[in-house]
Design a protein around this ligand. Sequence first.
Ligand SMILES: NC(=O)C1=CN([C@@H]2O[C@H](COP(=O)(O)OP(=O)(O)OC[C@H]3O[C@@H](n4cnc5c(N)ncnc54)[C@H](OP(=O)(O)O)[C@@H]3O)[C@@H](O)[C@H]2O)C=CC1
Ligand SMILES: O=C1OC[C@@H](O)[C@H](O)[C@H]1O
Length: 379
Amino acid sequence: MATGWIAEHFSKDLLADPAVRGAHDVRHEIVAVASSTSAERAATFIKKIDGPPSAAAYGSYQELVADPNVDIIHIGTPHSHHFQNAMLAIEAGKNVLCEKPLTVTASQTRKLVEAARSKGVFFLEAVWTRYFPISIKVRELIQSGAIGTPYRTYADLSLGKDLGNGKIDFEDSHRLVSLDLAGGCILDLGVYALTWVFQTLYHLQEGDKKEAPTVVAAVNKYHTGADEMSTIICQFPKHKSMGIATTTLRLPSDIDGRHSNGPSVRIQGSKGEIHLFGHAYAPHEYRLIKSDGSTERVEYPIPKDPKRGGWGHGMFWEADECVRCLRDGRKESAILPWAESIAIMEVMDAALKQGDVEYPELITSDTFDSNGHLNTGRK
Ligand SMILES: NC(=O)C1=CN([C@@H]2O[C@H](COP(=O)(O)OP(=O)(O)OC[C@H]3O[C@@H](n4cnc5c(N)ncnc54)[C@H](OP(=O)(O)O)[C@@H]3O)[C@@H](O)[C@H]2O)C=CC1
Ligand SMILES: O=C1OC[C@@H](O)[C@H](O)[C@H]1O
């Protein structure tokens, strides 16, 4: 669903040969593409990604959700649209992989989870980092006690440029800064920094009842009203731990474009630390530094498919997780359970509230409107 940047990158990953990444139990097929703009745009998209000519090209999201050949829908619209578009698909009985951030508000996420549960469909947030082999390895390292008890995680994801005149390098109408499209760094980028805080300090907590954090946030707003620089402290008092998630659209995480300035994620435990290098959304190397002085450095390049022009972006791992869940009849992924997506949205809700960021009612409403223009498009 949708034909923008993420739809293109995700779809090309779907078409990469799973064997190249050592996945021999999955197969992906693009059977339909929908554009809210026009069927021509969907058809052009299929050609652009070198997709199968047999794929249906729809000029509306409604046609896509009604297609009986479709098993699961990837939603690649702006965040402003996620709640309405995901509900459209779930109400039609479709399984859904929805781009990050799952919604604009926690209440919308809760509604989608309730709907997925009552319709008996699979539902997952496409925060691709979670499903990377390097993320799995880091979680395993922590679980195996490699750094002792994890007490503090710093994570940053920042992208952007200061233009020197008070402005940053995005047009005011760009989805990253437009309030109408749920712009701002917390929802778009902060979700990745929080992903690291959550997968290290929350996800691995023992027991079913996990301790949700209390939240203290500092937020600088851009002249559009969206947040341009935010720091979110997540406090887990029972676990004596804290996560510090930082994000901005005014500076990049890697000032020289090569991450020479250090790790984007630092996980500190009682017996060691893990540092991750590369953007927090797709780190490519970890370094394990133990209190006994030993160190380990491991690289995780993203596999590229030579038969698809050397393509490979790292989004195929989340797609593989979807297929395995569907095959095994699981409605939610153990890698990112519904309750955790809700807990992360609650942190972002709290931070946005503390920062006084207010989005329009149309995109914060948790009332489903199948005929509203978020579903019918901008023709
Ligand atoms: N996982 C990741 O790494 C990334 C995730 N994302 C997420 O994906 C989502 C989309 O981002 P991105 O692909 O960069 O955005 P784009 O603007 O490139 O694409 C969004 C698409 O959504 C559809 N759309 C429907 N209504 C609107 C509207 N009012 N304004 C703009 N587009 C509309 C359009 O497709 P059509 O006309 O065909 O319906 C459009 O091409 C965001 O939620 C973002 O957070 C983005 C980048 C990377
Ligand atoms: O998810 C994302 O990751 C990559 C960024 O370029 C993009 O803005 C963001 O949406």
